[in-house]
Design a protein around this ligand. Structure first.
Ligand code: GLY
Ligand code: MN
Ligand code: MN
Length: 450
């Protein structure tokens, strides 16, 4: 059907249609210094990339929703002047710098390749923006995201204000462009879902690799290395977040990332790790026995978390509410906690008192997309929003049992989470990460030692 470049262009037009009037200024991320001359790996800004597909640093997208009102647009063909404009500012070609830093498009090639109406060197941004802002009613940009951009946009607006005696009006409103873009990003098109399916498949393969590699006596970081190997081997650019490889009691630390403990025979290993592919995240957790076989106690807890997860996935469907999977998972978990003697009373009483929070203290999922915790409102007008085809979310119930007097000792230090990525479809949902095994039988079969 349409290719990627067309869909970026379509997104820009959709944003300008939402804006109706005004100018949008959307910078990509900056390089971040790690120390000395070394930088962290560059990651573009998700909003900028969503609208451009352009992955160089030092670039800014400017959209003029109604250029006819701008003094800066040359007079001539009226129809052309009133068409919305997409303008890229990026680094100039520089053969000397490219010897050190590698290829860059430069404005002319970037315009051609990525389908912008115009492109200019980033060095001209302030000058051109001052012209383009003239007679626009509003500036849309990521308001409050970066101090430096807030200051710069206000300074440019002040320059336009100073031109009042030339009859040029300055924008009177500053709008956070993210409110419009968040809603657009929440519904993924088929190209995005395809990228997310491929990302999830690579991540699932990494979990399979980790299960196969795990042996008592190895270190958590050795398993992390297996995951990272599989991500990069399959072309994923980076992990979507820092991998959690947490064995034994470490699994009860929700954001454990030290990954430096030895794997002990008889312990479980919780891995929350997944890759980013072409700017799209996956997010998968699997929990399995270090020695390949669940103990009776581990299995009891595992089956409860798995039942909660399957029930939650079944509740992820169009016309259902965002919160349905969480509510459904909570009921299954609460009953399980009662059965395990972790909680007492009825399911309703456990939910009402919040007693379950000692063992399950996070929510059952989040939006997933270009960001691992992706953008998009969870409530609209005070009500959980209705799920729609194209929304992608994680389903990730868990159970984390810390040692305590009133907790059965055979359950101490069991930490389990099972996390999949699902896209809402016309009928229900598709589990993008289904290739990572999660039943006790499938995991034990995969890990069977001969
Ligand atoms: N890996 C981050 C999360 O599960 O939310
Ligand atoms: Mn996760
Ligand atoms: Mn998650």
């Amino acid at each position: 059907m349409h290719n990627m470049i067309d869909s970026y262009s379509a997104r820009r037009h959709q944003l300008m249609a939402h804006m109706q009037q005004g100018i949008a200024v959307i910078p990509t991320a900056s390089e971040v210094r790690r120390n000395g001359d070394a930088h962290y790996p560059f990651r573009f800004d998700s909003y900028f990339h969503y609208l451009t597909g352009f992955d160089e640093a030092e670039a800014v997208l400017v959209l003029v929703a109604n250029p006819a009102s701008t003094g800066a647009v040359p007079q001539g063909d009226n129809e052309k002047n009133s068409a919305p404009q997409s303008i890229l500012f990026c680094l100039e070609k520089d053969h000397e710098r490219e010897i050190w830093d590698g290829f860059r498009y430069g404005p002319a090639a970037a315009r051609e390749k990525f389908g912008f109406d115009a492109a200019f060197p980033i060095s001209q941004l302030d000058e051109k923006l001052t012209e383009l802002m003239g007679n626009q009613n509003a500036i849309y940009y990521p308001l409050g995201l970066h101090d430096a951009w807030d200051k710069r946009v206000l300074a440019l607006r002040a320059k336009v204000l100073a031109q009042v005696r030339s009859g040029i009006a300055a924008p009177h409103a500053l709008q956070d462009v993210r409110f419009l873009l968040d809603e657009m990003r929440l519904i993924k098109d088929h190209l995005e879902i395809d990228a997310m399916r491929r990302a999830a498949n690579i991540s699932a393969a990494a979990h399979v690799r980790a299960m196969r590699a795990t042996r008592p006596g190895m270190m958590e970081y050795e398993i992390e290395a297996e995951l990272l190997y599989e991500f990069r081997k399959n072309g994923a650019q980076a992990p979507a977040y820092t991998s959690i490889v947490a064995s034994g009691a470490n699994a009860c630390v929700l954001h454990y990332i030290n990954n430096n403990a030895p794997l002990r025979d008889g312990d479980l290993l919780l891995i929350d790790a997944a890759c980013e592919l072409q700017g799209y995240a996956s997010d998968i957790t699997r929990t399995f026995p270090v020695n390949g076989k669940f103990t009776a106690a581990q299995k009891d807890v595992y089956e409860i978390v798995l039942a909660a997860q399957l029930a939650a996935i079944a509740a992820a469907r169009p016309t259902g509410y965002w919160n349905d999977p969480h509510d459904v998972a909570l009921r299954v978990l609460a009953q399980g906690f009662i059965d395990l003697k972790l909680c007492a009373g009825t399911v309703d009483a456990v939910l009402e008192s919040g007693d379950y929070k000692k063992f399950y203290m996070h929510r059952t999922g989040h939006w997933l997309g270009k960001d691992v915790h992706d953008v998009g409102a969870y409530k609209l007008a005070g009500k959980w929003r209705v799920l729609q085809p194209g929304m992608v979310l994680t389903v990730e119930p868990g159970c984390y049992i810390r040692p305590a007097d009133n907790v059965p000792q055979d359950l101490w230090n069991i930490g389990i989470r099972i996390e999949d990525d699902v896209v809402i479809t016309g009928q229900g949902c598709e589990v993008l990460s289904a290739a990572a095994p999660k039943t006790v039988a499938d995991i034990e079969a995969l890990m069977k030692r001969t």
